[in-house]
Design a binder for this molecule. Structure first.
Ligand SMILES: Cc1cc2nc3c(=O)[nH]c(=O)nc-3n(C[C@H](O)[C@H](O)[C@H](O)COP(=O)(O)OP(=O)(O)OC[C@H]3O[C@@H](n4cnc5c(N)ncnc54)[C@H](O)[C@@H]3O)c2cc1C
Length: 498
């Protein structure tokens, strides 16, 4: 072991989380780290999702690092290429390129009790060792494609929005879009005017609210550049608007009822035709599934060459799709806008901690982590977006900054010779508090959503607002988080081995 090269920190993923971790490590003077990503480029979500219309749905000035504001955002909700350029710019500015290893997929992580270090195994069999691991592998990188009967027979083009072929030209084509949620409502308006026809297959309607997007004028961009404080104020304003006016939809029934009424009215006004209207207005509580925003979706949906198919898909044939209304529609291309496999997020890598316990076994009854970041039995292992860190309103990037900030406090305090671990008691207590908060939210109001497991447990979302997460991540509680000298941390195993 002593001869093996040892990283101080191994980072998985070069998305917002991995890049943030790299920046913070360098700022702390820690240089022996590597960022591994299975993709051939950095950016994570924004490297993968290049479908037409891809953009953030949290205002850009909040969907970026607080320590690296960007006065140049072109719009309130900037498109994919700008977000990608922003992440690339951060990697350059903070000197992360020499720390990156791309096209490298980590298959397994194993904790060595004797040396209190981690071994990462790549899909090509190579192994790398590190004291600390920061898992920034994100939640949305494994496209989920439902298994429709006959799908393999289809002779036309098939793609998932997260695997978009940049050479695909929709011009003059009959296209099916399966799914009607976040990516579908972005891609439809972006290609509808070129396609010959588009059929949008919808399983459940969504609350789609106006986006009120706009372009920042050159004058505003100049002002943001010249007066960084103005930029910060703008970010703060966006943050508090979400916290004070959007987050209560999740927790306050009366407030939600009013917003829901307005939203239903909006959808009715924006849709054409009785049948479409009936199919587009959700019958569940607003916020129970992810709320969507768009300024151009309804116009596209109302276009003469676009059809909503709210009936379930029965079968895919060599040439098209048969739905339960009996009709077969022929297509040149089928686009799956069907989201991501969330299992892949928490269990995508085989992780074995102390005493050979796997994370899969430790989480047999449900994934849970201390403050979303650490799990007992997995020392020196940190998650950037672990269980129960998905915030209801503010940006994921905001949450990532809080978790990475906390992780950095631990790594700094551990120094060269301590092992960081969390107690099972603190983890259990934290999670009972988290789970006890869900009945007060709309997420348990009865809709079927990818937020909830079949047994009703919610493992993805954080039940409080983003400010509360920031508060809890401000300090490391020494009663919950232990810093054990390496010699002591490894002693039980060595004694057991004698
Ligand atoms: C189209 C789209 C729009 C979105 N818009 C918003 C928005 O507006 N606001 C918001 O808050 N969130 C949004 N999200 C969520 C978004 O995923 C997060 O905001 C954020 O980008 C997550 O960053 P991350 O670094 O945690 O994960 P990712 O960006 O997913 O990066 C993780 C990286 O880890 C790599 N990886 C995974 N497993 C391995 C492995 N085993 N070995 C090596 N590398 C691995 C992946 O290749 C990936 O590059 C959006 C998501 C999508 C798909």
């Amino acid at each position: 072991m002593a001869n093996k090269p040892m990283l101080d920190v191994l980072i998985i993923g070069a998305g917002f989380a991995g890049i943030c971790a790299g920046i913070k490590l360098r700022q702390a003077g820690i240089e022996r780290f590597r960022i591994y990503d299975k993709a051939d480029g950095i950016g994570g979500t924004w490297w993968n999702n290049v479908y037409p219309g891809a953009a953030c749905d949290i205002p850009s000035h909040l969907y970026c690092y607080s320590f690296e504001p960007n006065p140049h955002w072109s719009r309130l909700y900037s498109p994919q290429d700008e977000i990608q350029a922003y992440i690339e710019g951060c990697a350059d500015k903070y000197g992360l390129r020499p720390h990156l290893s791309l096209g490298r997929e980590i298959r397994a992580l194993r904790y060595d009790d004797e040396t209190a270090t981690w071994e990462a195994e790549f899909t090509d069999g190579e192994r790398v060792h590190a004291r600390f691991v920061i898992n920034g592998s994100g939640g949305l990188h494994r496209p989920s494609t439902p298994q429709f009967k006959g799908a393999e027979r289809f002779r036309g083009i098939t793609m998932h929005t997260a695997e978009w072929d940049r050479d695909f030209d929709p011009t003059g084509k009959d296209i099916a879009i399966i799914g009607s949620a976040a990516s579908a409502i972005q891609v439809l308006p972006a290609i509808a005017d070129r396609a010959k026809s588009i059929s949008l297959y919808q399983r459940t309607p969504n609350y789609i609210l106006p986006r009120n997007d706009f372009a920042y004028s050159d004058r505003w961009k100049r002002l943001f550049r010249r007066f960084p404080l103005l930029n910060r104020l703008h970010r703060l304003m966006i943050f508090y608007r979400l916290e004070l006016f959007v987050y209560p939809i999740i927790t306050r029934g009366e407030y939600r009822a009013k917003r829901m009424e307005e939203a239903r009215r909006y959808i009715k006004v924006m849709t054409r035709g009785r049948k479409v209207r009936a199919a587009m207005v959700p019958d569940y509580e607003m916020g129970c599934k992810r709320m969507l925003i768009s300024d151009d979706f309804f116009d596209a949906l109302n276009a003469d060459n676009v059809e909503l198919v709210p009936q379930p898909i029965e079968e895919i044939t060599e040439t098209g799709i048969i739905s339960s209304d009996g009709g077969e529609r022929p297509f040149d291309a089928i686009v799956y806008a069907t989201g991501f496999d969330m299992e892949g997020h928490l269990f995508g890598i085989d992780i074995t901690g102390e005493n050979g316990i796997t994370l899969r076994r430790a989480w047999n009854d449900g994934a849970q982590a201390y403050r979303g970041v650490m799990a007992p039995g997995f020392p020196n292992y940190f998650m950037a977006t672990g269980p129960n860190t998905g915030v209801g309103t503010a940006s994921v990037v905001y949450m990532i900054e809080q978790s990475i900030g906390w992780i950095m406090k631990c790594i700094r305090r551990a120094g060269a010779d301590k092992v960081v671990s969390v107690t099972p008691e603190a983890t259990a207590a934290y999670n009972s508090r988290i789970q006890a908060a869900f009945p007060d939210t709309v997420w348990t109001s009865g809709c079927q959503s990818w937020y909830r497991k079949p047994d009703g447990r919610i493992e993805i979302l954080y039940p409080h607002d983003a400010r509360s997460y920031r508060r809890q991540m401000k300090r490391v509680d020494r009663q919950h988080v232990l810093f054990t000298p390496v010699a002591e941390a490894t002693r039980p195993t060595l004694q057991a081995a004698k």
